[in-house]
Design a protein around this ligand. Sequence first.
Ligand code: PCA
Length: 214
Amino acid sequence: MTRVLLTGFAPFEGNDVNTSQQAVEAVATDPPPGVEVVTAELPCVFGEALDALREAVAAADPDVVLCLGQAGGRPDVTVERVAINVDDARIPDNSGEQPIDAPIVEDGPAAYFTTLPLKACVAAVREAGLPASVSQTAGTFVCNHVFYGLMHLLATERPDTRGGFVHVPYAPEQVTDKGEPSLPVGATADALRVIMVTAAGRTDDIKAVGGATH
Ligand code: PCA
């Protein structure tokens, strides 16, 4: 059994729900084979989100940490490649803080790559008939903050634990009048199950096209 800590986020930016947390709950109710799922919901607040993540990691002692966030406007499940060492908020977080161009870890490395098999995860979701792609940026808001903080924690304190971040789309009921892309939470949860099984089952990645020109 591989123990996976799966985290989602509280709603933010005026939304009533956050599909990342809805998907976490769906996966926890019906976990994939070979995976023990432990969950946590993170506040959408700089600093506090990382404190909550650190506590959850310490309590769960996981083999793999997979953090999720909602990325409204993205049409598919995106597996993030890289976390960067900057907070640069377009909007205030849920406590009203809006850091601009601030390092997450003073004197930390500029970036960390995911230690999950990025392209194998994307390929597996696609083979399951669901939409997924590689993302080259997790943004500069609380999700990137958590992703960078996670990878820094693992690099400095838990070298045997692997980690990564996945952004998930809006659910259809969030965009009925927005003209934005969406994916039902059940489909998002299915994609996450596939990603968890893939990440649990292999450490090496595949060579596959998945880059971006812009
Ligand atoms: N998405 C935001 C923060 C919380 C969430 O679910 C982001 O992409 O940074």
